[in-house]
Design a protein around this ligand. Structure first.
Ligand SMILES: [Mg+2]
Length: 294
């Protein structure tokens, strides 16, 4: 079985659907059903008895463009566990780039971040290098950075609160730092935080990390550990945008790439290009009047 849900404009919908149907017929994957979901009027659901999810995804992109969508090999249900990346997924910034600006090094650090998130650099090496560049920066810069620069992505609080109201456990896993992730998690309502710790001595950053590095394998291990505690059959949602999110996006039942780098988008079975994280609630067919304000 294959189920696809996508946010679809009604204008020209029938023409697009006919083209999708023809392409899928050509691929030997006939469409069984296409209908708008009951609760969220702009969500189109397609179902196929079987077929290749990658072919279905690329067919939908061919005819609907970069729309928000989710493809699964089972009936889509509200997840019991939500594990998310922080930087450029739950907040609109990369914390280390913004913090580097307080040391006059934003451009240098941001260039490394961008390459690491694209998967062009080893994550741990790139992290160690950037943290090293921050040596000597006063710890106070972090709280200034948080209040002046760091903002949640639209819909982040509502996404977390609504999933929690439906009995979903929520975990923030970041390759960034607890200094940022702890207050962000509190603001957004996440129940657990996993991240890196910046070394501080006498209120100044040491340029070193304390403890083990939180990287792609940590994100994956956290997802698996949390899922194991929920028992069999618990569906998992993961969201992220960078190369270090790929293993957890692949492991999740619903791996949703949020305005992501190409490699992360390719690894995910869902994608959001619009600004609002609440689009994810629509893909789970949670009606807007049941969304919970964070
Ligand atoms: Mg990120």
């Amino acid at each position: 079985m294959l189920i696809a849900r996508l946010i679809a404009d009604q204008v020209g919908l029938e023409t697009r659907l006919d083209a999708v149907r023809a392409s899928l017929d050509n691929a030997g994957m006939p469409l069984a059903m296409a209908s708008m979901l009951d609760f969220c009027g702009d969500v189109l659901q397609l179902s196929l008895p079987d077929g290749d999810a990658a072919i279905l995804t690329s067919t939908l992109v061919d005819h609907f463009g970069d729309c928000d969508m989710l493809v699964a090999d089972h009936q889509i249900e509200v997840p019991k566990l939500f594990v998310s990346d922080m930087d450029s997924t739950m907040i609109g910034q990369e914390c280390i780039d913004e913090l580097a600006d307080f040391a006059g090094l934003k451009e240098k650090v941001a260039t490394i971040t961008e390459r690491a998130m694209r998967g062009e650099l080893d994550f741990a090496d790139a992290l160690t290098e950037r943290v090293g560049l921050l040596e000597g920066l006063e710890e106070d810069a972090i709280s200034r950075c948080l209040s002046e620069r760091i903002r949640p992505v639209d819909g982040a609080r509502t996404l977390v609160a609504t999933l929690r109201a439906r009995g979903c456990r929520t975990v923030l896993v970041t390759g960034g730092f607890h200094h940022f992730a702890d207050p962000v998690a509190e603001q957004l309502g996440f129940e657990r935080v996993v991240g890196n710790r910046l070394g501080v001595a006498e209120r100044v950053l040491t340029g070193k990390l304390v403890g083990p590095i939180s990287d792609a394998s940590t994100k994956l291990a956290t997802l698996i550990e949390e899922r194991d505690q929920l028992g069999q059959g618990a569906r998992v949602l993961a969201t992220g945008d960078g190369a270090n999110d790929i293993p957890m996006l692949e492991e999740a039942d619903y791996g949703i790439a949020y305005r992501a780098k190409p490699r992360a988008t390719d690894a995910a079975n869902g994608r959001i290009w619009s600004r609002y994280l609440t689009t994810i609630l629509k893909l789970f067919d949670i009606p807007e009047d049941e969304w919970v304000d964070g």
